[in-house]
Design a protein around this ligand. Structure first.
Ligand code: F6P
Length: 343
């Protein structure tokens, strides 16, 4: 019987538990596999900290947010027990034949390296940011967009009451997918994303034209957006090496500038981790369940070094290195398509 270890790594994401459930249910039923979970991502693998994952453990999990396994930004090459040789020994000691790593770009890169060094590993792509290449959508994205859209709807009514400009900052430090989709769904008057610079003059012109029509302007900005003349002035490096917005983030930087230049009272809201918490949407549950089920087929076929992915409506298998070749940012034509109706 093949014994499989599952881990969830990086920022959590609605749908992780549905992946785990899908994998355990199909793996045990169809392939005769047996499962354990590594606690807190790679840390659990490196330190051999595991929990049994059987059918009763995953019962009723598809609607639960977060991850029952815990997650962290710990890497597999970190610490005295890290590295592929140590990991191979730990897997052997625990009687684990294969690893399923559920994570984003960092997890895929680490998985690729472990695979190159002889670890039997397959993956499931995950990020609310939807910026992983070679998969049309990642689970968690739909939920994040839903949450951000609801925030826009709510901000609109209070903005209208006070005749204010409302600025909503959503997640997305390298790609503006959440801002683009939620801003489109919520009918924002300007959407600002990291991929495309917009000048403060242009942003204020959009805001002012909305006010001229007697409406309350709504601006949606992704956390990674920077004004051309203030690159990274509002961010600082976090312990994990990523840029972290300083207090405040770009939303809080923009709001007073808009207010000063347009004379329209402006308020900023930073949505933050609310986008990552709570129950996944039905779309994310279905996608996550299908990916979890499909990754057990990769284990069964011993397609090490591959991850499952969504192409159209099909779940397919792609190499980690193919997925890592590019970062899926918003294409210029997708942004331009919406930009013509800003203001
Ligand atoms: O990568 C997903 C993401 O949600 C980003 O959009 C955001 O910048 C980051 O995670 C925040 O992560 P943390 O959990 O470290 O605050």
């Amino acid at each position: 019987m093949t014994r499989v270890g599952i881990l969830t790594s990086g920022g959590d994401c609605p749908g992780l538990n549905a992946v785990i459930r899908g994998a355990v249910l199909k793996g045990t039923t169809v392939h005769g596999q047996e499962f354990v979970g590594f606690r807190d991502g790679w840390r659990g693998l490196v330190e051999g900290d595991v929990m049994e994952l059987d059918r009763p453990t995953v019962r009723g999990l598809s609607h639960q947010g977060g991850t029952i396994l815990g997650t962290s930004r710990f890497g597999p090459y970190q610490g005295p027990s890290g590295g592929s040789e140590n990991i191979a020994r730990t897997l052997e000691r625990l009687g684990i034949d294969a690893v399923i790593a559920i994570g984003g770009e960092g997890t895929a890169a680490a998985s690729q390296r472990l695979y190159d060094e002889g670890i039997r590993i397959v993956g499931v792509p995950k990020t609310i940011d939807n910026d992983l290449d070679q998969t049309d959508y990642t689970f968690g994205f739909d939920t994040a967009v839903e949450v951000a859209t609801e925030a826009i709807d709510r901000l609109r009514t209070t903005g209208n009451s006070h005749k204010r400009c409302m600025v909503l900052e959503v997640m997305g430090r390298g790609a503006g997918w959440i801002a683009l989709h939620s801003g489109t769904a919520g009918g924002a008057h300007a959407i600002l994303i990291p991929e495309f610079p917009e000048s403060i003059e242009q942003i204020c012109a959009w805001v002012a034209s909305v006010r001229e029509r007697g409406r309350s302007p709504m601006v949606v900005v992704a956390e990674g957006f920077t004004l051309p003349d203030m690159t990274h002035a509002h961010s600082t490096k976090g312990l994990d090496g990523f840029d972290r917005p300083r207090l405040g983030g770009i939303g809080e930087v923009l709001a007073p500038i808009i207010e000063e230049r347009t004379g329209i009272e402006t308020r900023a809201t930073v949505l933050g981790h609310i986008q990552r918490g709570g129950v996944p949407t039905a779309f994310d549950r279905v996608l996550a369940t299908r990916l979890g089920m499909a990754v057990t087929d990769l284990v069964d076929r011993q397609e090490w070094g591959n991850m499952v992915a969504l192409h159209g409506t099909d779940i397919v298998s792609v190499h980690f290195d193919e997925a890592l070749a590019d970062h899926k940012t918003v294409p210029v034509e997708r942004y331009q398509e919406m930009r013509v109706i800003f203001g």
